[in-house]
Ligand binder design. Structure first.
Ligand code: DX5
Ligand code: ZN
Length: 214
């Protein structure tokens, strides 16, 4: 699987060192978690930090917006250097409009679902979506336990993608580690986000490599 290390678990005092490690590694993307303290009960970082990461990153930035009204930040997200703009279905009243606005701004649109949101909510937009991100924890914090129901949900998403002829990639975020990744690979997940499993490992670059090989 392709690994997208989440910088939420990086060392913010030495972000340059961690960005260089991801550049050197076999990771496919940088995953950046923006939290507003409203959509989720936590606050992380915003566009200035993303911009700083983008100035050194040699891989595309997958920006996961856990914020209300993400449609108000499309140009800021693009200007900060995002390649993929990931918005929550639960945060978008006019999801179809937002998906097209993201593409018109020159980014790849991705939609994230909370654990309680059924994949069926995406039936009418999935043909226009580059990637679907299934949360395998309730969003807001790193280091939580993987929710096993995600595996059945991946199967339902794969069926929806095939039924609709969509090209959407499947990404999973939360509680991914060396123990939970094999079942995700077997279920057909394309990309896994990993925060604490990567940055908490004695050798983060090696952990990215091990997860990539699963
Ligand atoms: C959680 C974030 C995740 C988080 C994952 O709300 O969306 O990207 O960084 O952290 P781990 O891999 O530690 O569960
Ligand atoms: Zn995330």
């Amino acid at each position: 699987m392709i690994v997208a290390p989440s910088l939420l678990s990086a060392d913010f005092l030495h972000l340059d060192r961690d960005v260089e490690m991801v550049n050197r590694s076999r990771a496919g993307y940088f995953h950046l978690d923006v939290m507003d303290g409203v959509f989720v009960p936590n606050i992380s970082f915003g566009f200035p930090v993303i911009k700083a990461v983008a100035s050194k990153a040699e891989k595309p930035l997958d920006v996961h917006l856990m914020i209300v009204h993400p449609e108000n930040y499309i140009s800021q997200c693009r200007d900060a250097g995002a390649a993929i703009m990931n918005v929550h279905q639960e945060a978008c009243l006019h999801l179809d409009r937002t998906i097209h606005a993201i593409r018109d701004a020159g980014m790849l649109p991705a939609v994230t679902l909370n654990p309680s949101t059924p994949v069926e909510m995406l039936r009418d937009v999935i043909a226009d979506v580059h990637m679907v991100l299934l949360m395998s924890v309730n969003p807001g914090f790193g280091g939580q336990k993987f929710i096993p129901n995600t595996l059945a949900k991946v199967a339902r998403l794969r069926a929806l993608i095939e039924e609709t002829g969509s090209q959407a990639l499947i990404e999973v975020d939360g509680g991914v580690n060396i123990d939970t990744a094999p079942a995700l690979a077997a279920a057909g997940v394309d990309i896994v986000v990993a925060g604490s499993a990567v940055f908490g490992a004695p050798d983060p670059e090696d952990m990215i490599s091990r997860l990539t090989d699963i």
